[in-house]
Design a protein around this ligand. Structure first.
Ligand SMILES: Nc1ncnc2c1ncn2[C@@H]1O[C@H](COP(=O)(O)OP(=O)(O)OP(=O)(O)O)[C@@H](O)[C@H]1O
Ligand SMILES: Nc1nc2c(ncn2[C@@H]2O[C@H](COP(=O)(O)O)[C@@H](O)[C@H]2O)c(=O)[nH]1
Length: 204
């Protein structure tokens, strides 16, 4: 654990569970957090903006980012690439600020290899029927993509044990409160460790 660094928080979970919705609500609820913006090769959805929702890349541009080691993690998800720009994350935590990454499960597991002291939160749906209803209700996917995303979701839920915390997204406000409680508890834990270490230094 590096005492003067910020916390790296990963919010992950299946497509449609509400990661984006919860993250958007957290921006008001926890304005002190820095939000990582991912790169992707998928097409821009209506209303999405470059550099705000994603950095939209061609496949060639994305592959160049991989080759140049510019990504902390990346994954191919339902026929598109998604990845977290490394420099921004590292600079933010080096400045002592907490950063949150909203990413899918393969990417979260890669981050865990590199940052084992990160805080990994799995956002879970109340049940699979509600998950499907949410993806369908969002109206952004074709029937085929919905089925693909549901198949991936079932595999992702199996990997829940790799996370430090599971938050059920029954209501967005509840999920935000739980995430704030987790971050507060992690800060207290870190402060206690620092105090214990300083006490030990004085005594040796
Ligand atoms: N707690 C909730 N109760 C009911 N509906 C919700 C809740 N959270 C999110 N939703 C709805 O579920 C749909 C999917 O949410 P969202 O796009 O945030 O999911 P996501 O996990 O970010 O998906 P993806 O991984 O595909 O980007 C949206 O229509 C959103 O309004
Ligand atoms: N591994 C990563 N996954 C990411 C990243 N940014 C977003 N995502 C996840 O991809 C899916 C699909 O997103 P959508 O915007 O097309 O619906 C979803 O689970 C996101 O959380 C990333 O940088 N790395």
């Amino acid at each position: 654990m590096e005492f003067d660094k910020g916390l790296l928080i990963v919010l992950s979970g299946p497509s449609g569970v509400g990661k984006g919705t919860v993250c958007a609500a957290l921006r008001n609820f926890m304005p002190e957090l820095v939000y990582s913006v991912s790169a992707t090769t998928r097409n821009k959805r209506e209303g999405e903006r470059e550099g705000i929702n994603y950095f939209f890349k061609t496949k060639d541009e994305f592959e160049q980012m991989i080759e140049q080691d510019q990504l902390l993690e990346w994954a191919e998800y339902v026929d598109n690439y998604y990845g977290t720009p490394r420099g921004f994350v590292e600079a933010t935590i080096d400045q002592g600020k907490d950063i949150i990454l909203e990413i899918e499960v393969q990417g979260a597991l890669q981050v865990k290899q590199k940052f084992p002291h990160g805080i990994f939160i799995f956002l879970a749906p109340p049940d699979l029927e509600e998950l499907r209803n949410r993806i369908v209700g969002r109206g952004t996917e074709t029937e085929e993509t919905i089925n693909n995303r549901m198949d991936v979701a079932k595999e992702e839920i199996e990997l829940m044990d790799n996370y430090n915390y599971v938050v059920v997204n029954d209501q967005v406000a509840h999920a935000c409160e739980s995430i704030r409680a987790i971050v507060t508890a992690e800060h207290l834990k870190k402060e206690r460790q620092i105090a214990k270490y300083r006490k030990w230094l004085r005594e040796v």
